[in-house]
Design a protein around this ligand. Structure first.
Ligand SMILES: *Cc1c(COP(=O)(O)O)cnc(C)c1O
Length: 460
């Protein structure tokens, strides 16, 4: 069979919380000012209590509210598809399956968390959500979810993307979101940047500062984040829970589970539900794939660091390239983050998951091959997972052995067509992030009393 479709009645009723199965506790989250562990009260101005509880929960399963299931029904369960034509083109004995998260209204996996975040905020009486967006995927997913639950959504979009990606801006507005180019003159942080650099192209760091400032100063408003945090990874596990059932319907079990990694949430969503099997001794490999230009897991350091350049966000233990890392302008905008989910970092650090990095041209090549065989034009972010899946299939071919490969198609590329033009016109350059830059940035990590000295890069 080509497609494995679950009936709506088989939609997962709970999210899976990998924290329950980790060998050992997670390191505490620290306050950016005091560098002491934070408590729920510190997060209350920004997030609803139910989200804060999920963020620190150690329960294995957390039930999905009916209202969220009802909204998920707009596009879930998503298909599991066997990439037979791609297999045939490669001439590989491997079986390649992908979970198609591009079928959501926003075209990516992000509504899986935007929907519950909007729901919990609305249930606690919040009227408005404020967020930042880089390339616009998160801003559009949250606008869509806000509309479903009657919330206003205010978005600070990195200025350069605001100019270059007008269609994602249109999508946000169509779903009722208000989009502002960041830095803006609506916040003190934005005005401070504009006073010094009137033509600032903006950055995610600046946009986060603006969104947090707006949310914290309005009692009716909260902040929402589209990746990295534990509750976001939790919500995304509907992907892997469904995929496990669908693989069983296909009569197969994956040898390798692959996802691209920006902040880590779509990889987490597909891979975390396979962690218990892995810990039980099943030989399933969990592979996180990142851009060579932003090699957080493969060249970063596992240490405590800030989540943003302005050092406003909590300090967490993760793989990091340093909070003042400035990403090269590659086209997989959604993968350009200096840090990574603490949970994904921990799995890689403990050897439960592995990491790999690819330059962008190799990924676009894989993306075009995928479009020409399977028909779907993937998001540049997702093309990293496709590259890794193809390489695994080619290894199987070289060895003359079967291999079952499962990857997450995190989104489609219909709003990334200028990137495809650049690739097809031969205008894309590969950028490797220099090891010296990582070493220099490490000198600026927060110094935590009593914490072990940061470790050297993971290698790979
Ligand atoms: C945002 C995004 C990513 C990266 O974010 P993660 O949190 O690492 O999943 C990957 N693919 C697509 C299509 C995205 O929109």
């Amino acid at each position: 069979m080509k497609k494995f479709l679950l009936n709506e009645t088989r939609m997962p009723r709970s999210w899976y919380n990998v924290v329950a199965d980790l060998p050992g506790a997670m390191s505490p989250v620290l306050h950016p000012g005091t560098l002491k562990p934070i408590g729920p009260a510190d997060l209350a101005p920004l997030f609803p209590m139910s989200i804060i509880e999920q963020e620190v929960s150690t329960d294995r399963f957390i039930s999905i509210p009916d209202e969220v299931i009802d909204a998920y029904r707009l596009f879930r369960p998503t298909p599991l598809v066997r990439a037979e034509r791609l297999e045939k083109y490669l001439g590989t004995p491997a079986h390649i399956y992908f979970k198609n998260e591009s079928v959501s209204p926003a075209g990516s996996h992000k509504p899986n968390t935007a929907i519950p975040q909007a729901f919990y905020n609305r249930r606690e009486g919040i009227r408005k959500l404020v967020t930042e967006t880089g390339a616009g995927q998160w801003g559009s997913a949250l606008s869509f979810a806000g509309q479903l639950f009657g919330l206003e959504v205010e978005i600070y979009m990195v200025a350069v993307s605001y100019q270059q990606k007008p269609y994602r801006r249109s999508l946000m507005r169509a779903w009722g979101g208000s989009v502002f180019s960041s830095p803006s003159n609506r916040t003190a942080s934005g005005r401070a940047v504009l006073a010094e650099h009137p033509d600032s192209p903006g950055s995610l760091g600046i946009a986060i500062s603006e969104a947090v400032e707006r949310a914290a100063s309005d009692p009716q408003a909260h902040y929402a984040l589209g990746s990295v945090l534990n509750h976001v990874c939790l919500h995304q596990t509907v992907i892997g829970i469904e995929a496990r059932e669908q693989m069983a319907e296909a009569g197969e079990y994956p040898d390798v589970v692959i996802g691209c990694v920006g902040g880590g949430s779509n990889f987490a969503g597909l891979a975390f539900p396979f962690v218990p099997d892995k810990l039980d001794g099943k030989p399933v490999r969990l592979m996180a794939v990142e851009p060579a230009s932003c090699p957080t897991l493969t060249k970063g350091v596992f240490a405590y660091d800030y989540g943003d350049i302005a050092r406003l966000t909590p300090v967490v233990e993760m793989y990091t390239l340093g909070h003042d890392y400035v990403p090269p302008a590659i086209h997989a905008g959604g993968l350009r983050y200096h840090g990574d989910s603490p949970l994904v970092s921990r799995l890689v650090h403990d050897g439960i998951a592995e990491a790999r990095a690819y330059p962008q041209n190799a990924c676009f090549e894989a993306a075009i091959l995928f479009a020409r065989t399977e028909g779907i034009l993937p998001a540049p972010e997702s093309s990293h997972a496709i590259r890794a899946a193809i390489d695994e299939a080619l290894i199987a071919k070289a060895e003359g052995k079967p291999r079952t490969i499962l990857f997450n198609l995190s989104g489609h590329g219909h709003f990334d067509l200028s990137a495809y033009d650049d690739y097809l016109d031969g205008k894309l350059h590969d950028v490797e992030y220099p090891a010296e830059a990582v070493a220099a940035a490490m000198l600026r990590l927060p110094r935590i009393e009593g914490a072990p000295a940061s470790e050297s890069p993971a290698g790979g």
